[in-house]
Write a protein that binds this ligand. Structure first.
Ligand SMILES: Nc1ncnc2c1ncn2[C@@H]1O[C@H](COP(=O)(O)OP(=O)(O)OP(=O)(O)O)[C@@H](O)[C@H]1O
Ligand SMILES: [Mg+2]
Length: 209
């Protein structure tokens, strides 16, 4: 039995695997899942599910709500669902802020590249602003990790130096995740571990207010 998961996947930098992460996590959650596509640029989550056609399960409902009133919309229907996953776009502060108002946790996918890691504080700062109004914790999820490389080894140390919390589980740079588009992810790969960590009792660090 998994307690209710209410997560937003976001990073103010684009192209980091937010949608890939949102789709795998939504697929792995049991029961009724509301998956909000909150990307105003490209509704990739919606494209993904409609591409799956009839094979997409009714229990995972994908709605395109890439607007600032998405928190109100989510609250209006939340009772009908067991879990909530919100996929946001890059570089839109107001929509990410709205998504965090109805989430308990922000998962921030990022590749283990110093350039990308150094851009994380802007996303954490936004989460901290929302946290002051509506409690939300934020954690980094390392994705597109090439095992046994210097960047994979150094990234956790850099995050620790920056004082940013990071999930223990991480996601490799694998073809399987690229090929997952357009179908319900059946093999969750390493996202099974990510999900287990998210569903574990709440030991996530709170964002400093
Ligand atoms: N673990 C992975 N290994 C290899 N490729 C990946 C992995 N995760 C995602 N990708 C690929 O990286 C690209 C970006 O992924 P995705 O669309 O999920 O990112 P995004 O953060 O949602 O982007 P956007 O900001 O444009 O919405 C896609 O081509 C996707 O297939
Ligand atoms: Mg996306």
């Amino acid at each position: 039995m998994v307690s209710t998961v209410r997560i937003t996947i976001g990073n103010l930098k684009g192209g980091v695997a937010k949608t890939t992460t949102a789709m795998h996590l939504a697929a792995g959650l049991p029961g009724r899942v509301l998956l909000v596509d909150a990307d105003p640029q490209a509704s990739t989550a919606l494209d993904w599910s409609t591409s799956a056609g009839d094979a997409w399960p009714d229990r995972i409902v994908v709605v395109p709500w890439p607007q600032a009133d998405l928190a109100r919309r989510v609250r209006a229907v939340a009772d009908d669902y067991d879990h909530l996953v919100i996929d946001t776009g890059g570089e839109d502060d107001s929509i990410l802020a709205a998504a965090l108002m109805v989430a308990d946790e922000l998962v921030i996918p990022v590749a283990p590249s110093p350039l990308d890691l150094r851009r994380l504080p802007a996303t954490f700062a936004l989460a901290a602003r929302v946290d002051a109004v509506s409690p939300v914790s934020a954690r980094v999820l390392l994705v597109k990790v090439r095992r046994n490389t210097a960047s994979a080894r150094d990234s956790r140390a850099l995050l620790e130096d920056m004082g940013l919390p990071v999930m223990e589980s991480s996601v490799s740079l694998w073809e399987q995740y690229i090929q997952a588009f357009g179908a319900l992810p059946v093999d969750l790969g390493e996202y099974a571990d990510v999900l287990a960590e998210l569903a574990a009792p709440d030991d996530a660090e709170q964002v400093a207010g």
